[in-house]
Write a protein that binds this ligand. Structure first.
Ligand code: ATP
Ligand code: MG
Length: 397
């Protein structure tokens, strides 16, 4: 009766709302799901009548496979289901058995059946199916009662042409769009809490990610850079292998320190980071820059600070966290698994040269005057010579 494989129903959320392009997005999503599950032999993933189905050999733990599917962007929810042929008796028996297992696990006393008939040629309509299946379940499970208003458990029955499905859970995924459907962005990745979350949010909208990190070696340690690679490994768990470019900013920071007013240090460094990132982005086919800035969070992220930073480049800059509160960013960092790594205490290049009184209302004209005191092109060229690139694979822990 029940399949020897575990069956998962995958719902696609926003992808399902696409019009003409829907097949394109579905195909991409399917490819992403297959890639996410490639460590399991014998897994099948296919589309059928508007849903995606995944079948895994029974030896693989259901929750583990489910977790892998849930990490894929574009997945709205997943249900682990029992698959049976589309005959009322078969469905009824499967539903009764399914509940029998669930009752002690979840201490269920009341339930209701919610039926959906995708196959309109099926002889019964949805409310009738629900009633009939409910009767099967009741007959097989003494003491269980129906409660349509506030049941302990909702048993879903999905009747389709080929097969029907019985399940009790719809576990929510992240939603979003499949990776690779929306260009490529270059994240300015520090070792902090915000930038990994910013990268993740753009990836969730289908954007491929590449990263650039600035260090001030030997003022910042090799371990600080390792930490950034480790953070990238966590992100790669969602995006696949990520290329990280690292650039030494020290010479630029020293030049700013020598020639420009101290309170402008942070803004001027940030402008150089943006200019360098733009060069890297152009030579690696990235369409946009991404930063983890959030309005008002620190001195350099006041509106005036952001205006002065953004003005340094031509390329569009995405700031996905711009209107988020720090606590909400921290919550998201916890949820995606970067938080614990981000709070490990390692020095950042910005903190090495932190001014005592950073400018919170920088006037762009003054900033540009200071910048003009520096040999910008030479500094940029020299910094780019320090560029090192590594590819970081998903961290599987
Ligand atoms: P984060 O938690 O991402 O470090 P933050 O709150 O510490 O952010 P800032 O240090 O002002 O903020 O940096 C703002 C943004 O600039 C970061 O989110 C990141 O995108 C970029 N950035 C800062 N420092 C670096 C760095 N060393 N390398 C690459 N990008 C950086
Ligand atoms: Mg930082």
């Amino acid at each position: 009766m029940a399949d020897t494989k575990s069956t998962f129903i995958v719902r696609t959320g926003e992808v399902a709302l696409k019009g003409m392009n829907k097949p394109y997005f579905e195909k991409k999503l399917l490819t992403r799901i297959r890639t996410a599950l490639k460590q399991y032999d014998g897994i099948e993933a296919y589309r059928s009548e508007g849903l995606i189905f995944v079948k895994a050999p029974e030896q693989y733990p259901v929750r583990e496979v489910e977790q892998e599917i849930l990490r894929v962007f574009g997945v709205a929810s997943v249900s682990h289901a029992v698959e049976v042929s589309s005959e009322l008796e078969e469905i009824g028996r499967a539903a009764a058995e399914y509940m029998k297992k669930l009752i002690p696990e979840r201490r269920i006393r009341t339930f209701k059946v919610e039926a959906k008939r995708a196959d309109k040629t099926f002889p019964l309509q949805s409310p009738q199916i629900a009633r009939e299946i409910g009767a099967y379940v009741l007959r097989a499970n003494d003491g269980l009662r129906v409660n349509v208003h506030d049941p302990d458990c909702v048993l879903f029955v999905n009747v389709r042409r080929e097969h029907s499905y019985v399940f009790a859970d719809k576990v929510k995924g992240f939603g979003g769009l499949p990776l690779g459907t929306n260009g490529k962005g270059l994240i300015l990745l520090s070792g902090g809490i915000d930038s990994p979350v910013a990268a993740w949010m753009m990836a969730k909208r289908g954007m491929m990610i590449e990263a650039v990190h600035f260090h001030s070696y030997p003022y910042t340690s090799e371990r600080a850079r390792e930490k950034v690679y480790e953070l990238t490994g966590i992100l790669a768990g969602y995006c696949g292998r990520i290329r990280v470019h690292s650039i030494n900013l020290l010479e630029i920071q020293q030049a700013i320190g020598e020639h420009c007013p101290e309170e402008q240090m942070t803004i001027l460094s940030r402008r150089f980071m943006m200019m360098l990132a733009e060069r890297v982005a152009r030579s690696h086919d990235c369409d946009m820059l991404i930063t983890g800035e959030s309005i008002g969070q620190v001195a350099s992220q006041t509106v005036h600070g952001l205006v002065a930073t953004d003005n340094a480049v031509q390329m569009p800059v995405m700031l996905p966290l711009i209107a988020m509160d720090k606590v909400d960013i921290m919550d998201l960092a916890q949820k995606i698994g970067t938080y614990e790594k981000s709070i490990e205490p390692y020095e950042d290049c910005c903190t090495v040269f932190l001014p005592k009184h950073p400018a919170t209302r920088p006037v762009l004209a003054r900033i540009l005057e200071s910048e003009a005191l520096l040999d910008k092109e030479q500094l940029i060229a020299s910094a780019l010579e320090t560029l090192e690139t590594v590819g970081i694979d998903p961290d599987k822990n």
